[in-house]
Design a protein around this ligand. Structure first.
Ligand code: ZN
Length: 288
C-alpha cells in the first residue's frame, strides 16, 4: 500500500507553475478522483518565493545529501532543508512514501519527468505517465544511488521531479502551467491506481539517460568565447550528431559537436546553470 505522497512547489522561488498549482489545490482541493490519496501539498521556500528568486542564500535543491543535512549550516536554505527533512523524512528512514517536486526550466524541455532510479515503482510510473501523456519526456538520472543525490525529493522513500519549460524565471506561461498540472495529475493518478495494481504497463517506454554536462568555452581569463548556436537553441532532446553546430564563437566561427556519437542535449542554455558556465547536458536514448 502506497503511504503518504507529498507534492512540492516553490523549491525554487522563481519557478511559478508548481507554486501556483500547490496554492490552487490547497484552496480548491485536488481533482475528485485523487481524494483517496494520503496527499500533502507543500510550499518549500516561502522566502525565495517572496523575493521571486531561485534561492536566498544557496540552492535548496542541493541541500539534501546526508552530509549537507548533518552540517546544520546557518543559511536560510539549510534551515528550510532541515525543517523539510524533519517533517517529511528523515531521509533514509522516511515516513513519506513519495515526494514529487515541481520545477520549471528556461530550457525548451517540454514536460519532463525526472526519475532517479529504475526500480519497479519508478519504471511503472514512467510508463504510465508516458502512456497517458505521450508528449512527456522521461529523463533518468541514475548515475549515482538515489540517496546520494542532494535533491529535495530524495527525502521520501521514493522521489521524482517534474521539470517543465521553456519558461523564463519568475514568469507564468499558461502552456507550461497546463503541462505541469497534467503531469502532476498523471503521477498522482498512477499512485491512486498503484494501490490497486490497476495500471501496470508491460510495454517499455522511450527514455533518456543523463550523460554529462557540457561547459561554455572560456578563455584563459574565464570569459566566455561563444554562445549556444541558434541551431541547438530550443532543440532539447533532439538528436545532436557529430559535427552539428553547438556554439557560435563571438569571432563568428561555428563550433561543431565534437563527440563521436549522437547525443540528446537538454537543459540547453538553462538560466540557473549560467553562473556555473554549463551550456547543456547530454543524454543517451534508452528504454525502461
Ligand atoms: Zn527548479
Amino acid at each position: 500500500m502506497l503511504g503518504k505522497v507529498v507534492l512540492v512547489g516553490g523549491t525554487h522561488g522563481n519557478e511559478t507553475s508548481g507554486i501556483q498549482l500547490i496554492n490552487h489545490w490547497k484552496q480548491h482541493g485536488v481533482p475528485e478522483h485523487l481524494a483517496s490519496l494520503n496527499l500533502g501539498l507543500v510550499i518549500a521556500n516561502h522566502s525565495a518565493i517572496k523575493d521571486n528568486v531561485r534561492f536566498v542564500d544557496e540552492d535548496l535543491n542541493r541541500q539534501f545529501t546526508y552530509q549537507a543535512l548533518a552540517e546544520q549550516k546557518d543559511t536560510l536554505e539549510a534551515k528550510c532543508a532541515e525543517q523539510f527533512n524533519q517533517e517529511f523524512g528523515p531521509k533514509g528512514s522516511s515516513t513519506t512514501e513519495l515526494v514529487v517536486d515541481i520545477h520549471n526550466t528556461t530550457s525548451n524541455m517540454g514536460a519532463t519527468l525526472i526519475i532517479l532510479e529504475t526500480d519497479h515503482f519508478n519504471t511503472q510510473l514512467a510508463r504510465y505517465v508516458k502512456h497517458v501523456m505521450p508528449e512527456a519526456i522521461i529523463l533518468v538520472e541514475d548515475e549515482k544511488p538515489f540517496e546520494e543525490h542532494g535533491y529535495l525529493c530524495t527525502v521520501g522513500k521514493k522521489g521524482v521531479m517534474i521539470e517543465v519549460g521553456a519558461q523564463p524565471q519568475g514568469v507564468m506561461r499558461e502552456d507550461v502551467y497546463k503541462l505541469v498540472e497534467k503531469m502532476a495529475i498523471a503521477i498522482l493518478t498512477f499512485c491512486a491506481h498503484y494501490n490497486e495494481n490497476e495500471s501496470l504497463v508491460e510495454t517499455p517506454c522511450e527514455a533518456f539517460r543523463l550523460g554529462e554536462t557540457v561547459s561554455f568555452p572560456l578563455d584563459d581569463k574565464g570569459e566566455r568565447t561563444a554562445m549556444v548556436h541558434r541551431d541547438l537553441q530550443d532543440n532539447d532532446f533532439a538528436p545532436l550528431l557529430p559535427g552539428d553546430p553547438v556554439f557560435r564563437a563571438f569571432n563568428g566561427e561555428t563550433i561543431g559537436w565534437w563527440g563521436n556519437e549522437v547525443t540528446f542535449p537538454h537543459f540547453i542554455n538553462e538560466a540557473a546553470y549560467s553562473k556555473l558556465h554549463i551550456a547543456f547536458a547530454t543524454a543517451d536514448k534508452c528504454e525502461i
